[in-house]
Design a protein around this ligand. Structure first.
Ligand code: ZN
Length: 156
């Protein structure tokens, strides 16, 4: 399910972004949260690789688009939608990102490394794709079993 474009860069949006930033800062080892994860169908995500340590590290994705991508890299990813579970996911190594700031100004930037991975992960959420959709059927089965086990123990 595709989330809707952000139309209004208003006070309500700023409040939502603040709330999302607080959520990741208050959640152990969380580095990103997409609006659809909290029931808001918006192409919006908040990323902070510093986990609240560095204010300048807060990256807000508003109607992001990947214009170009290059290379491939497999790496471990976790997700607030799958607490305590990591999965190896194949992503583009480098992306050319189109994004908007809170003033509606378009920003284009080349990004690589871990941040490129996190952005692709967050953008998946905007299209209703989860990491479990990006792993092999075998791994998916294993993860589902693991979730069942954690649920049984009341850890999920
Ligand atoms: Zn996620």
């Amino acid at each position: 399910l595709k989330a809707n474009d952000v139309e209004n860069m208003d006070g309500k949006l700023v409040e939502l972004i603040d709330g999302m930033a607080r959520t990741i800062h208050n959640t152990y080892s969380a580095i990103g949260l997409a609006a659809p994860q909290i029931g808001e169908s918006l192409r919006l995500s908040v990323i902070d690789l510093s986990m609240g340590e560095n204010k300048d590290d807060l990256l807000v994705l508003i109607n992001p688009e990947i214009l170009e991508s290059d290379g491939n890299e497999v790496g471990d990813e976790g997700c607030l939608s799958f607490p305590g579970i990591t999965m190896s996911v194949n992503r583009a190594a480098k992306i050319f990102l189109k994004n908007f700031d809170l003033n509606g100004k378009e920003i284009r930037k080349e990004i690589d490394g871990f941040l490129a991975r996190v952005i692709q992960h967050e953008m998946d959420h905007l299209d209703g794709t989860l990491i479990i959709d990006r792993v092999s059927a075998l791994k998916r089965q294993f993860v589902k079993k693991e979730i069942k086990r954690l649920q049984k123990n009341g850890e999920w």
